[in-house]
Design a protein. Sequence first.
Length: 275
Amino acid sequence: MSEVSVQDACAYISKRVGAFQPRFGLILGSGLGNLADHIENPQRIPYDEIPGFPVSHVAGHAGVLVMGMLGAVPVVAMQGRAHFYEGWSPRQATFPLRCMHAMGIDSLIVSNASGGINPRFRSGQVVLIDNHIDWMNRSGLVSSEASQGAASAGLPHRVGNPYDSRLMELAEQLAIRLGFSLSRGTYLATLGPNYETRAEYRLFAKLGADMVGMSTVPEVILANQLGLKVLAFSIVTNVAKPDVQTVTDHEEVLDWSRKAQSQLVPLIQRILKNA
Ligand code: HPA
């Protein structure tokens, strides 16, 4: 079966919304889709209507592409994302990001929910991701076909410093003006979909991770490859207690990430105004 191309998907999107060039792409993770409700004059397309778009069936991921103005900036927002653990290949899961790049974005803001490994973190806290550990071993650059693999083999893979320092500093300054401070942290991505055992939380702490989640890293690697500036936020929804018998569940994760939106939504709006 021949693969749908990014150009086909872009052509379909522009047929639906007309001429529109977004500057920022937003990938809104578990329970964070609310931000897209603040987009002015929104044009919405469900993923299942866009050729080639993967549809996530995970609760908290609406699966809608929303285009419009946010903080006076033209944006394209993904309300929900596809995960590798649902069975999507790296190429399928990152297809929407390739489309947003083809539409013209030069910057990307990513958000996710995570488990806090750093014991100083609290549930509901928003953390700036300033580094990551790829524990998925399946980057967004992996190709599904040998011919594509050969085509990308010669490209330099640029992921030394994946998060944009200027955008991070701007986010920190604006958070203070909004009355809270942002901590920075290293995000470790696992394949999921299961949460960690206590032994795994302990291991990840030793590896230097501050948060653990199941997304973001493949998209950030690809975004760097595409030359996009990247800013990423993680909402800590549960704090790992390796020495206590606790169970994490998805409802708790969604609950805390919805609560944290009251900080993250105005912060992202201000970042866009000032970027
Ligand atoms: N582990 C992995 N992913 C997560 C967690 C967690 O504890 N919490 C929210 N997403």
